[in-house]
Design a binder for this molecule. Structure first.
Ligand code: F3S
Length: 413
């Protein structure tokens, strides 16, 4: 791999052992993917934030970097950790588990990351621009910034993302290269009436369906309505990245590299075509709904973390009513949205109605050994439907936001 003089200095240890180790990892990783050079980045986002994703060995690695003089080289945001830092007792976590998360949080602060603790930094603190090379991880975030913003990043593995932030560079391969950003499979929406694609759940189901079929190919979606919002594309991004491993999609007429189908495919032809119908969507939605009808233990919104607009929608749909006794209602969100909701009384009012705000974390990256005691979790998120059964226990009912709110009020679905 060709390295600049500055990069060679980093690799030789002239900038300290922490930087040397980080550069060694980045170079080896780049060679693995056949990269010829490194690209400078202006910002980074780290996924390896939760204790339950990197455990003690990962924590020690971040501490090793800090103890050996490393700092992040560019503005760096960070994904949810394993606890609500202020109110972890609300999550009923043990002090021992909270202490493990605290240790990792402190290591990251010492490394110089911004304490965002959110999986949707692109909606609050870090908004990459079109064509910009960045160093990001977290599957929904990578999919969103590549697709909706037109920035360029691969889906970096945990801890490689930390090393890239420390050296301020990423290997040039994959989605950094224009030719790899061409669509590879077309999903054509057919037969949908005007009642479709108003709610997040339709985007969650479509995302899951697309991800499952496309797997690692770049999907092109044709036929989404004009009314599609950024929050809905966020939901789609998360579901496609967890249903398969989509890191870039094109939605014709909505995303910047897909003004037309031809542009989305970079004029290539001969691609596979899949027709998506309401019947196929219903089949996927039914498959993802695993909970039996009856009592609801938890209503979970905010995967990915809710935007302020999404919290306002909850306020409007709840319309002054209260969450049923015996049912928990979590909105998982960023510290930024939480602070805004606190300033406007939105938080106070929703809390009085029985809603709990969980910030800095989410259930899937919190204590995965814990028995949360949920049998039925209701959600509008495809990612929750995918991961809650294995990571938090309990079965899931996937439904529209309005139906989630009704289930919260009744305590059953
Ligand atoms: Fe974010 Fe947790 Fe969902 S990190 S995307 S809320 S699984």
């Amino acid at each position: 791999m060709h390295l600049t003089d500055e990069e060679k200095d980093m690799l030789s240890g002239k900038r300290g052992e922490g930087v040397r180790k980080a550069m060694e990892v980045v170079v080896k990783f780049g060679e693995l993917y056949g990269a010829n050079r490194l690209l400078k980045v202006k910002n980074a986002h780290i996924d390896a934030a939760a204790y339950t994703t990197i455990y003690d060995a990962g924590t020690e690695f971040v501490e090793f970097l800090v103890q050996n003089g490393a700092k992040v080289a560019v503005p760096t945001t960070i994904n949810p950790g394993s606890r609500d830092i202020e109110h972890w007792r609300v999550m009923d976590l043990s002090p021992e588990f909270a202490a493990k998360s605290d240790r990792l949080e402190k290591a990251y602060m010492a490394l110089g990351v911004s304490p965002t603790w959110t999986c949707a930094p692109y909606q609050c603190t870090s908004i990459p621009t079109f064509g910009e090379h960045i160093s990001w991880s977290e599957s929904n975030a990578v999919n969103y910034v590549n697709s909706v913003l037109g920035a360029r990043t691969n889906r970096l593995p945990d801890l490689v993302d930390v090393c890239c932030a420390v050296v301020g560079r990423v290997p040039e391969y994959g989605l950094h290269l224009t030719e790899n950003r061409a669509g590879q499979i077309l999903f054509d929406l057919q037969g949908f009436g005007p009642e479709w694609f108003h709610d997040y759940v339709d985007y969650a189901v479509l995302g899951y369906l697309v991800g499952e079929i496309a797997i690692q190919r770049v999907p092109v979606i044709n036929g989404l309505p004009e009314s599609t919002t950024k929050d809905q594309l966020k939901t789609f991004s998360a579901a496609a990245a967890s249903g398969g491993s989509t890191a870039l999609f094109h939605a014709v007429g909505h995303t910047p590299e897909a003004r037309t189908i031809e542009e989305a495919f970079q004029s290539k032809t001969g691609y596979e075509r899949i027709t998506v119908t309401p019947e196929k969507m219903n089949e996927v939605k039914n498959r993802l709904t695993t909970a039996a009808h009856g009592k609801v233990d938890m209503v979970m919104l905010g995967c990915p973390h809710s935007s302020y607009a999404e919290v306002l929608e909850v306020r409007d749909l709840l319309a002054g009513r209260k969450v049923a006794k015996g049912t928990k209602f979590w909105i998982q969100t960023s510290r930024t949205v939480y602070e805004l909701a606190s300033r406007s009384d939105l938080r106070k009012n929703l809390e009085a109605q029985g809603v709990t705000f969980i910030k800095d974390t989410c259930i899937m990256v919190s204590d995965t050994e814990k028995d949360w005691g949920f049998k039925a979790v209701v959600t509008n998120s495809g990612k929750v439907a995918q991961y809650v059964p294995s990571l938090a226990g309990g079965m899931v009912a996937l439904m529209s936001t309005a139906e989630c709110i009704e289930a919260a009020v009744k305590g059953e679905w």
